[in-house]
Design a protein around this ligand. Structure first.
Ligand code: AGP
Length: 594
């Protein structure tokens, strides 16, 4: 995973690199580093296992030669080798001439490392990326051409990479990409490269995306090649409007802000798409063929959203659906007439991209993403935005809500367009969708008032169970996922009826059992079974629940408002336990390795 950035700018590079890295921290925050060309023909390297911000202090303390406008930067999610300054990027060759940042995984790193060590190279980290420095170093023994050396070096790699090599001796800089995102952009401020437009969007108006195999030298311009042959610079893509990339990186509590923003995000989305649902336009505008069943492919929270959307298709339209964990999609059978819906907030999740690559030819794929310019958004037959705006907290919140709303809208729209639902019913369902912003706000108010003593009560619990029935099951799964990822407590989600088939054995005196109570009459029995064993029942939902939230039983998305107290329970507990909810341990916002 990891995020990379590079610049050849007219102002000193550290300002750009650190600002850009702060916006890439969602790709990993185990360590960060920059390498900057210095006036004396050397490269100054700054690395830290603290947050990106601390690089500023390191640069301020620098008393070496003047730092120039050319540099590279990296924020890391550890794959090979532990979290240490030594393993932080940029990495260097034996002589400290070359500095390299890399995002991706090199499958043949062990073999290459052994060969390079045998040839006399000295490694100083455990990281797979370091082989790139030594491979390029080797190639430069034959010629001083960095572009050719990098092209030769990447030809020896297998795996994935977005990388930039900076040569201190010549000041030259070369980038390459293969199955990891990298984009390049020119502007009056200079030339910039980054994993994501959010990192450089303040300084450029348009950008070009490197294709697999591209190797690009950054001179005063962009010299584009592929497999050693000059290539045409790809067509520029306009930078998305500022609200779609500009991150409020200054906020110190992103998850809380993103939860608070949910009613507004939902209202904004409905204003954008609401009028096109019941007319069938939302579906028709995608230009996809009629389908008879839906197959959702996604990971984590996006998979939970997919389960809600797929259930809506079955409930409202009587069509079948299946949900497939993206990393396991390779073996799944795709029957004729299936629409595959790939859901991903980032559109960069490697497991989803791999599932797309390995999926059957000719079967239509729709992507539901938060960034239509993402790799997934660009590669599918049609793309729909969940338009939630930037989400920084690692735990997905407002994007989940927006995925559910637009996905359900899409289901209704497709049913109308295919003549399976009459327009009057569709209008009634859309009216239900319009109630969601208010319901989310009411749920948040109830949670704010009622959750604090409950959080206090369960703060010592080692494990939690989350239960639901029918449409509530996916929300129970989402509640358990939120709790796990930001409080580091075990949490399991089950259809309530399944409890007695095994998980009930986990319940002991005081075990918190969170129930999404959408008034399914069978829940009472399941709750009684838990209470009889001393479990601490917390209900979220209908009148009389521990936390009451507005639910409309016929709601096309099921008990969506219940997700707000679930998110706030996880956040409240994380804060109570002293954890950084925005950056939970071991995780990253965007999982770009498989
Ligand atoms: C959500 O809280 C998690 N951080 C995680 O499960 C996430 O939903 C998953 O990695 C999928 O990411 P994507 O939506 O960007 O593909």
């Amino acid at each position: 995973m990891c995020g990379i950035i590079a610049c050849r700018a007219f102002e000193p590079a550290p300002g750009y690199l650190v600002a850009g890295l702060k916006r890439l921290e969602y790709r990993g925050y185990d360590s960060a580093g920059i390498a900057v060309s210095a006036a004396d023909g050397t490269t100054a390297v700054f690395r830290t296992i603290s947050r990106v911000d601390s690089l500023t202090g390191l640069v301020e303390d620098w008393d070496g030669p003047l730092l120039a406008g050319t540099g590279i930067g990296h924020t890391r999610w550890a794959t090979h080798g532990g979290v240490s300054v030594q393993n932080a990027h940029p990495h260097q060759d034996c002589e400290g001439r070359l500095s390299v940042v890399h995002n991706g995984i090199l499958d043949n790193a062990d073999r290459l490392r052994a060969e390079l060590v045998h040839a006399g190279h000295r490694f100083s980290s455990e990281v797979d990326s370091e082989v790139i420095c030594h491979l390029v170093e080797d190639r430069l023994l034959d010629s001083d051409d960095l572009l050719g050396a990098v092209s030769d070096a990447v030809a020896q790699l297998t795996g994935s990479w977005a990388l930039v090599v900076l040569d201190a001796r010549t000041g030259r800089m070369v980038a390459a990409a293969h199955r990891s995102p990298l984009l390049a952009a020119r502007s009056a401020a200079g030339i910039f490269l980054a994993s994501d437009i959010s990192a450089i969007g303040d300084w450029v108006d348009e950008f070009h995306i490197l294709a697999d195999g591209d190797v690009v030298e950054v001179t005063n311009d962009l010299v584009w090649t592929n497999s050693g042959i000059p290539a045409v610079v790809p067509a520029p893509i306009p930078r998305p409007p500022r609200p779609h990339f500009s991150l409020t990186v200054e906020a110190d509590d992103h998850m809380a802000a993103e939860i608070r923003e949910q009613p507004e995000a939902a209202a904004r989305l409905l204003e954008e798409v609401g009028g096109r649902i019941a007319t069938g336009e939302l579906w028709n505008d995608l230009g996809l063929p009629r389908f008879d069943r839906m197959r959702v492919v996604a990971c984590g929270t996006s998979l939970n959203a997919g389960e809600v959307i797929g259930s809506a298709l079955s409930r409202l339209g009587g069509l079948g659906h299946s949900s497939v964990v993206a990393s396991e999609a390779a073996g799944s059978v795709v029957e004729p007439g299936t629409l595959t819906v790939m859901i991903s907030q980032s559109g960069e999740t490697a497991d989803v991209l791999r599932a797309l690559e390995e999926g059957p030819e000719g079967s239509p794929v729709l992507a539901l993403v938060n960034n239509v310019h993402s790799t997934l958004g660009r590669k599918v037959d049609a793309v729909l935005s969940c338009a939630a705006g930037p989400e920084i907290g690692v735990a997905a919140t407002k994007t989940f809500v927006c995925q559910v709303i637009v996905g359900t809208g899409l289901v209704i729209s497709s049913l109308v367009a295919s003549g399976r639902m009459d327009v009057a019913r569709a209008h009634r369902l859309v009216n239900d969708l319009y109630l969601i912003p208010e319901q989310l706000a009411e749920a948040a108010a109830a949670a704010r008032a009622l959750l604090p003593p409950l959080v206090e009560e369960v703060r010592g619990a080692k494990g939690f169970l989350f239960l639901g029935r029918g449409a509530g099951v996916a929300y129970a799964a989402e509640g358990a996922l939120k709790l796990k990822e930001i409080t580091y407590r075990w949490a399991e989600a089950y259809p309530a009826g399944e409890l007695k088939h095994g998980p009930l054995a986990l319940v002991e005196e005081g075990t918190p059992v969170i129930v999404i109570d959408d008034d399914d009459h069978r829940l009472a029995g399941n709750i009684a079974e838990v209470r009889a064993r001393g479990g601490r029942i917390i209900t979220i939902g209908r009148l009389g629940s521990s936390v009451e939230v507005p639910l409309s039983l016929a709601a096309p998305c099921g008990p969506l408002a219940a997700v707000v107290p679930l998110q706030m329970l996880a956040l409240g507990l994380a804060v109570e336990l002293g954890f950084d909810a925005d950056k939970p341990r071991n995780l990253a916002k965007s999982v770009t390795v498989d």
